[in-house]
Design a protein around this ligand. Structure first.
Ligand code: ZN
Length: 412
């Protein structure tokens, strides 16, 4: 909801729920746009053959299978689907002038860093991802608001701002920090409950600290997303009332079932994040835990994460959403994670698409506004060459991108 904050503040008015996703201030009404393609995938596992979508302003006004004669954009040979949604992308990560991971104090100015973020946002949007969630960076706020104002092209951005990772604060001060983060404009609270996979992934924050953070967030109506790899850290997070688990490389069957039973969203990764680090090793090597042990841990994690993912998608009732953990080098390649989920993880292409559209929208509590092709929804629509329900690699060929009724890409 927060991307409307700036405009709302400027108008000194309360945001009406219907206007919450507006990406630009009130636009003059214009003629409807009609999109026609070989098929429409609606984000819920359904296909409309030879369908048309009518867009009025920033919303979808009609979906049917009428002919394409009146189409504004006749996307022959293509498939229309909801803009993809990535629950975990770090737009502030980039490679600096030296071709190394940007670090504070490396000589880059704040403006250069923000320009890199804007570039990552653009690459992400052009790849068909129309909404991302960043967990998180204080600079996300300005990027989120400027994209929402229509000043620069990019996906809708939700952010946690600074995440919670320090084990030092008392439960009382953690609760105060959650309230502060909300005041600062965070859309979600991001928590590190375990160490990095490069350091073994064991629980870091105590059960009491997790209960304080997620308990306070729940009381405020805020969502929580928790970085957790070990069984113990996942179980502690679920017990603390946290709503979403990231990564979970070491999750066992009992832990997967626990998440399903509690309605906790699960966002595992199969390949992109690991492969991206390994492929770009010289650009990360020697910084923090990007060392010999860290890289070998990530290499070893790939088969473990893949096996865990296979068990996760076969756990009844478990809501497996889509998040790439995109860092420097991965922006714009988000769909590679979906390709791996299908090719290595055994997920059906349709389930992969549903996870990256309606299900991830639901995890963000935006399921009534994005992630679905239906009347009344935001007009976040992409078109890919071919049929992604039979060939997931079609998602690599995004030739048309619309967000909030505005066309950002059309390269047929
Ligand atoms: Zn991350």
């Amino acid at each position: 909801m927060r991307w409307f904050r700036f405009a709302v503040t400027a108008l000194a008015a309360a945001a009406a729920p219907a206007a919450a996703l507006a990406q630009t201030p009130a636009m003059p009404s214009s003629a409807p746009i009609i999109l026609h393609a070989d098929r429409i995938v609606d984000g819920h596992g359904h296909v409309i053959k030879g369908g048309s979508i009518v867009v009025s302003g920033d919303k979808i006004s009609r979906v049917d299978n009428s002919g394409g004669a009146a189409a504004t954009y006749d996307l022959e040979g293509m498939t229309l689907l909801p803009g993809l949604i990535d629950a975990h992308s770090h737009l502030s990560w980039y490679f600096n002038r030296q071709g190394r991971l940007h670090q504070r104090g490396d000589g880059d100015t704040p403006v250069e860093s923000m320009l890199s973020m804007a570039g990552n946002a653009y690459a992400t949007l052009m790849a068909g991802v129309t909404t991302i969630q960043s967990p998180g960076d204080p600079a996300d706020k300005d990027l989120r608001d400027w994209i929402a104002l229509g000043q620069i092209p990019g996906p809708r951005v939700l952010t946690s701002l600074n995440p919670f990772s320090s084990t030092r604060p008392t439960p009382d001060s953690l609760r105060a920090l959650v309230r502060q983060r909300k005041e600062q404009g965070a859309d979600v609270i991001k928590i590190f409950a375990s160490a990095s996979i490069r350091e073994g992934g064991a629980q870091t924050l105590s059960d009491e600290q997790l209960a304080a953070i997620c308990g306070e967030a729940n009381a405020l109506g805020m969502r929580t997303m928790v970085h957790a790899h070990s069984v113990q850290s996942i179980k502690a997070s679920v017990a603390a009332g946290c709503k979403q688990i990231e990564h979970g490389v070491f999750a066992d069957d009992e832990t997967l079932k626990l998440m399903a039973d509690r309605g906790v969203y699960f966002d595992p990764q199969v390949c992109l994040v690991f492969r991206n680090y390994l492929d770009n090793r010289p650009k990360y090597e020697g910084i923090g835990n990007y060392n010999e042990l860290g890289f070998s841990s990530m290499e070893k994690a790939i088969p473990i994460a893949t096996a865990m993912f296979k068990r996760a998608i076969h756990t009844p009732g478990l809501k497996v959403i889509f998040g790439t953990d995109a860092v420097a080098g991965a922006h714009g390649r988000n769909v590679e994670e979906l390709v791996c989920r299908v090719q290595a993880g055994g997920q059906s292409p349709m389930d992969a698409i549903t996870s990256a559209t309606s299900l991830t929208a639901e995890s963000m509590r935006l399921g009534d506004q994005i992630g679905t092709i239906a009347p009344g929804m935001q007009a976040d629509i992409i078109a890919v060459e071919g049929d992604p329900t039979t060939d997931i690699t079609a998602l690599r060929r995004v030739l048309f991108v619309m967000k909030g009724g505005k066309v950002y890409k059309n390269v047929r």
